[in-house]
Design a binder for this molecule. Structure first.
Ligand code: C2E
Ligand code: MG
Ligand code: MG
Ligand code: MG
Length: 287
């Protein structure tokens, strides 16, 4: 194989490989000494309900401001945190801050947080999550958990059991990045999920008629499972139109606001007509 692709290719690959390894190593070192309570910040992205015509929930997304690496997005640090066994600390920090935020709003607005597959197969992490919520006195129906199918695959039974524990307490469960995993229907129907979040990659190339058919069938799967269908990655009017056409109940994406601070989100909720006038108003925040 190396011969067929030529010498240069191999060198390029090794360079790239070494660069990634060095980057991961730097991130891991910084994660090990990080004070998550200080360095992790939360941003919030609105989820818009097409039936109610308003923002009904927001997804919590982690941002890491590292003293050595600077501002670092989750696409760079979550995987490294999982591989080095530090993800649970991040999850619990995000959860704690989310609870504080919910309470500061008098529990008037529901939020959703992302769980890692590593969290789901670790009983003690789920115990800690349950304890934190219980001790805070928070209404569990206000706190949704998002999980991906692929994250649950290493130990599907354990993951399903732990999701069941969270669902039994009243937490809504959403399946994230739907359509990118294996979508084993037999397995999916056993999960206590109330929402499928269709991955934003399906919003690309909408001029291709096949894209609409695929979106249609993904939304159809949600209907078959009798769960809500949310389309991610809605960036413009055309994509919003498509979401309505395929029968999605809700949407999330830059068209309705990029991830923003808690204060900005709350202003946004209190002013429900705002997105009509300036859907991109929050472009300067978050990321
Ligand atoms: P996700 O859960 O699927 O979150 C959606 C991601 O898509 C976010 O990126 C969001 O900023 C981005 N996004 C939203 N709307 C649009 C759009 O219209 N166009 C485009 N191009 N992108 C859009 P972000 O914040 O960088 O997060 C990336 C991933 O990192 C998340 O994907 C999630 O899997 C993970 N993540 C973020 N925060 C946490 C966390 O607290 N814990 C864990 N375990 N994972 C997290
Ligand atoms: Mg998510
Ligand atoms: Mg997603
Ligand atoms: Mg994603």
């Amino acid at each position: 194989h190396a011969k067929r692709t030529g010498k240069n290719r191999v060198v390029v690959f090794c360079d790239e490989h070494a660069k990634n390894a060095a980057e991961s190593y730097r991130i891991e070192q910084a994660l090990r000494v990080a004070d998550f309570d200080k360095e992790i910040e939360l941003v919030f992205q609105p989820q818009f309900d097409l039936g109610e015509n308003k923002v009904v929930r927001a997804e919590v997304l982690a941002r890491w401001d590292s003293p050595t690496l600077g501002s670092t997005g989750p696409d760079r640090f979550i995987k490294v945190a999982e591989e080095s066994g530090l993800i649970a600390n991040i999850t619990l920090t995000v959860l704690q801050k989310t609870i504080t935020t919910l309470k500061s709003w008098d529990q008037r607005f529901p939020l959703s947080i992302n769980l890692s597959g590593h969290d789901l197969i670790a009983d003690q992490v789920i115990d800690q999550i349950i304890d934190l919520v219980h001790n805070s006195g928070l209404d569990p129906t206000l706190l949704e958990f998002e999980v991906t199918e692929s994250a649950m695959m290493p130990d599907a039974q354990k993951a399903a059991d732990n999701l069941g524990r969270l669902a039994a307490l009243g937490h809504p469960i959403a399946l994230d990045d739907f359509g990118t995993g294996y979508s084993n229907f037999g397995y999916l129907r056993t999960l206590p999920i109330s929402k499928l979040k269709v991955d934003r990659s399906f919003m690309e190339n909408l001029t291709d008629p096949m894209s609409e058919k695929i979106l249609h069938s993904l939304a159809g799967m949600a209907r078959t499972l009798d769960v809500e269908c949310l389309l991610e990655g809605v960036e413009n009017e055309l994509e919003l139109l498509m979401a309505k056409r395929v029968g999605a109940q809700s949407v999330q994406g830059y068209y309705f606001g990029i991830p923003m601070t808690a204060e900005e989100l709350f202003e946004y909720i209190e002013e429900p007509d705002m997105w009509h006038e300036q859907p991109q108003r929050s472009v300067a925040f978050g990321q």
